[in-house]
Design a protein around this ligand. Structure first.
Ligand code: DUR
Ligand code: ZN
Length: 134
């Protein structure tokens, strides 16, 4: 699947976003190494902090189906600049994405900014940092 198709999938799923509070819809499309596609949209809640972002919905769907090896991710929102993922999503991405994985950030005007995982969250706390004293 090419980058443009992945972005189209992110745009398609964005329409499913449940956003009665912010009205800000986000879509994400995640491609696994073996060619499976997992999409996600943001899902808000009356208890606002319970909201889950589109990126994490896509990643959690993939992980819960046993997929751990990822190829690339596309994210789209109706922003001026290509949508920047929040810090919580960057941390979740860094748990599962290799440092060079390409993330295509885009908007409805088709501005695309492609960044690597390491550029999106440099010097991240990782599973390798745990349990070094044992
Ligand atoms: O990259 C982002 C940024 C924000 N949101 C969601 C969270 C919330 O539902 C709404 C406004 O922050 O957008 C995402 O899903 N992904
Ligand atoms: Zn987020």
């Amino acid at each position: 699947m090419n980058k443009q198709k992945l972005i189209e999938e992110a745009k398609r799923i964005r329409n499913e976003a449940y956003t009665p509070y912010s009205k800000f819809k986000v879509g994400a499309a995640l491609l696994t190494k073996d060619g499976s596609l997992y999409t996600g949209c943001n899902i808000e809640n009356a208890a606002y902090p319970v909201t889950c972002c589109a990126e994490r919905v896509a990643i959690f769907k993939a992980i819960s189906e046993g997929h751990h090896d990822f190829q690339e991710l596309a994210v789209v929102a109706d922003t001026e600049r290509p949508v920047p993922p929040c810090g919580s999503c960057r941390q979740v991405m860094s748990e599962f994405f290799h440092p060079g994985l390409q993330i295509h950030l885009t908007n409805l005007k088709d501005s695309v900014k492609t960044v690597s995982m390491d550029e999106l969250l440099p010097f991240s706390f990782s599973p390798n940092d745990l349990n070094k004293e044992q």
